[in-house]
Design a binder for this molecule. Structure first.
Ligand SMILES: CC(C)(COP(=O)(O)OP(=O)(O)OC[C@H]1O[C@@H](n2cnc3c(N)ncnc32)[C@H](O)[C@@H]1OP(=O)(O)O)[C@@H](O)C(=O)NCCC(=O)NCCS
Length: 176
């Protein structure tokens, strides 16, 4: 392991590097989404970094950002939290979302994937978290869910986030 993990600032070269990595990762199949980097940049800087218990991290190797992730405490009024809460129904939502940390975004530069950077970013993101669970959603046709399962995430529900949209796994890992 030759990288290190550091806090992600919300401006400057490390932030721009994180967004570049994110854009490159999501330009690949199955996402093939050229606009996603710009969208996440705006959302992260203008809103998500102000949410409770926000934590953003970058993995750096040879002074270059090679991975990024961020999360925050899930709460009513947040789009993802409310959408998933309705889909899960009261009992399951209470079990998984009532005291949850949301892993919102994670990306590793395509040429650095499969080296353990993603696993290390998730471990650092969740270190010391007091919540009962960590929750996330991931497209069923991406390989990311393989990593989440290996790290102890369980499948909670399969659901789309848009009518006729791609199916996602909603997954959760108990933290205590
Ligand atoms: C998912 C992702 C963050 C994992 O980071 P990573 O550094 O490649 O993960 P690690 O090296 O710690 O773990 C590798 C495991 O991740 C999974 N994996 C998912 N996508 C992978 C990819 N493109 N290449 C290699 N492994 C991948 C596999 O289960 C792999 O396990 P294996 O080595 O036993 O096959 C990264 O591959 C990525 O950025 N993918 C594109 C964006 C994405 O899907 N983000 C998650 C959206 S919810």
């Amino acid at each position: 392991m030759s990288w290190q993990i550091e806090p992600m600032p919300t401006r400057g070269p490390l932030f721009e590097g994180a967004i570049r990595v994110y854009g490159d990762a999501f330009a690949q199949p199955p996402y093939r989404d050229p606009d996603r980097g710009r969208e996440v940049k705006n959302r992260l800087r203008d809103s998500h970094c102000k949410r409770p218990s926000y934590r953003g991290l970058v993995a750096i190797e040879d002074e270059h950002v090679i991975g990024m992730c961020y999360g925050y405490h899930g709460a009513p009024g947040q789009w993802w939290h409310d959408t998933v809460r309705i889909a899960l129904g009261k009992a399951v939502a209470k079990e998984w979302l009532a005291d949850s940390y949301e892993l919102v975004e994670i990306a590793v530069a395509p040429k650095h994937q499969g080296r353990g950077v993603g696993e290390a970013l998730i471990a650092a993101l969740l270190e010391g978290r007091p919540e009962k669970a960590c929750v996330l959603s991931t497209r069923t046709d991406s390989r990311a869910h393989e990593l989440y399962r290996r790290l102890g995430f369980e499948l909670i529900r399969e659901m789309p986030f848009a009518p006729a949209g791609a199916p996602f796994y909603v997954m959760g890992k108990r933290l205590r």
